[in-house]
Design a protein around this ligand. Structure first.
Ligand code: FAD
Length: 481
């Protein structure tokens, strides 16, 4: 009897453990593991620079785990998959579902085409604790507010799936690609050219280890050292108080189920607010996917269409200063430089820099979303869009328009001794704590002693915080009226 051959199509599930599609494919018989770099993504949705860097390393790590059997292609999956099914004489294909609107449409089209041609196509949930289509209010409409969604719609209804063991054995089908037409031959990881040409990423490798092992290390470290302190430590950007799992979750090197149960199983007997808070942050990730699924226009349009009339400022000079961490507001600059250097920014600081862009500078949240998309190693359409709409006050369950973060007070509250600012703005490092978040208030002799020369080695603030806050309040108030 011949053993059936299936294609295992890896996408945002670059792992071997707790991979439902991989397990199902291996149960069926021999597998051909593939990854396709989809060069047919819609405008603005192709992976950004930092994501490409991550993907390069993550694919190498997955390929190692698969003993070099991963076949990597570049092209349009709608054309490639049917051709590969024929060429490899595969009986079926297995994948874990993706949730970006264009991916859903693409996958539906592929599934239909395969089924019409009598191939099997199996999809599983490998990326979410609760899939969006299964969670609805009693009246059949989707939730719009996080707490009832999470507590009533998710937690009260059913616990997340427990992680699956990896396949006991993976048997690879022996295939000869030289027979494939040239267009359908694997190109290999290096030929994707995912690494940046300049050495922008030189620091990334000191902060990250893409791949399943790196994800497991971060989860383990978090559980051992930070989970019990999470509730308070998560707001302090100079501390290693969060799990740093976001890029690993985005690329599926760890499933949310693995994270959820690693925490639950370890801290089962403790009544700990930190544990609850951490699990609910995983819940926010779910909610972001939920919103994207039920309201697929939110990457492009305000969730609350009242804001469609808002007159955002076009100010290329200020936008550039924000992107480069040269606004003259230390906590904002530190955050933007952390992003540039490490491909990551602490959540508290994402909110501060976001509020500064959208409210103090009155620049559209789309500009911020685009910059983050390119620079974040965890760039994720669902969480990024939800995060930006939340900050702008245009989203579901968003911060109200009158909540304008004061970056000075935020800095003084969450970076008391200025450790974070000193790290990313070394030109301010010798200022006393009192002035670290407001160098413009430092008496000349103190500034001189600290080597700080505003307008020379560190910018003067590009806006007056008080006046720009009032300008934003007036603009948002006018919209309300
Ligand atoms: P932890 O605090 O350890 O949290 C654990 C996990 O929960 C995270 O890995 C993440 O998957 C999830 N999570 C935590 N906070 C949020 C949140 N507010 N929304 C959704 N999920 C959350 N997150 C991304 O993964 N990709 C993005 O592109 C992204 N863009 C953002 C843009 C803005 C303007 C804002 C305010 C937030 C954004 N976030 C984004 C959410 C959040 O900042 C990051 O998930 C978090 O900082 C990642 O660090 P961590 O893994 O150490 O988080």
């Amino acid at each position: 009897m011949t053993v059936p051959v299936s294609i295992m199509w890896f996408r945002q599930d670059l792992r071997v453990k707790d991979n439902p599609a991989l397990n199902a494919a291996c149960d069926e018989g021999k597998i051909i593991p593939i990854y396709i770099y989809d060069d047919n993504a819609p405008d603005g949705r192709a992976l950004g620079g930092a994501s490409n860097w991550w993907l390069h390393h993550s694919l190498n790590s997955l390929n190692d785990r698969l003993n070099g059997h991963l076949k990597v292609f570049k092209g349009d999956p709608k054309a490639l998959i049917p051709a590969l099914m024929e060429a490899y004489e595969a009986k079926g294909i297995y994948w874990n579902r993706c949730y970006e609107p264009w991916q859903i449409n693409r996958d539906k089209a592929i599934k239909k085409q395969l089924l019409d041609n009598e191939f099997e196509a199996h999809s599983s949930n490998g990326s979410l604790l609760w899939e969006p289509m299964k969670v609805l209010k009693k009246d059949g409409t989707p939730y719009r507010v996080f707490t009832p969604y999470y507590r009533k719609g998710c937690l009260n209804v059913e616990p997340p799936r427990y992680p699956q063991a990896p396949p006991a054995r993976i048997t690879y089908a022996d295939v000869d690609d030289s027979k494939n037409s040239k267009t359908y031959r694997p190109c290999g990881i290096d030929a994707l050219n995912l690494l940046p040409s300049l050495d922008w990423d030189s620091e990334f490798k000191n902060h990250w280890k893409p791949g399943e092992d790196g994800a497991a290390d971060n989860l383990q470290n978090f559980i051992e050292h930070s989970a019990r302190k999470y509730k308070d430590a998560r707001d302090i950007p100079s501390m290693n108080g969060t799990s740093h799992l976001s890029p690993h979750l985005h690329f599926g090197e760890v499933s949310p189920n693995q994270a959820w149960y690693a925490i639950k199983d370890r801290f089962e007997t403790t009544e700990d607010k930190s544990i609850d808070t951490y699990l609910s942050e995983l819940g926010w990730r779910e909610f972001s996917y939920y919103l994207l699924y039920h309201f697929p226009t939110i990457p492009n349009k305000n969730f609350n269409d009242k804001f469609d009339k808002f007159n955002w400022r076009r100010d290329a000079k200020s936008l550039k200063a924000w992107q480069k961490g040269q606004t003259g507001i230390p906590i904002v600059d530190a955050g933007m430089r952390e992003l540039w250097q490490t491909g990551y920014m602490h959540n508290r600081v994402r909110m501060i820099v976001g509020s500064f862009l959208v409210k103090n500078l009155l620049i559209s949240w789309h500009e911020g979303e685009r910059w983050f998309w390119d620079c974040l190693v965890d760039a994720d359409l669902a969480s990024n869009t939800a995060g930006w709409q939340w900050v702008a006050g245009t989203g579901a369950d968003a911060a109200p328009y009158f909540r304008i973060f004061n970056p000075l007070l935020q800095g003084e509250k969450f970076d008391k001794q200025g450790k974070y600012v000193r790290k990313y703005c070394p030109e301010l490092a010798d200022l006393p704590d009192k002035y670290i978040h407001k160098p413009w208030d430092a008496p000349p002799v103190i500034a001189k002693d600290a080597g700080v020369h505003l307008g020379d080695n560190y910018p003067k603030p590009i806006v007056d915080l008080k006046a720009s806050r009032q300008r934003a309040l007036d603009a948002f108030q006018a919209l309300k009226e």
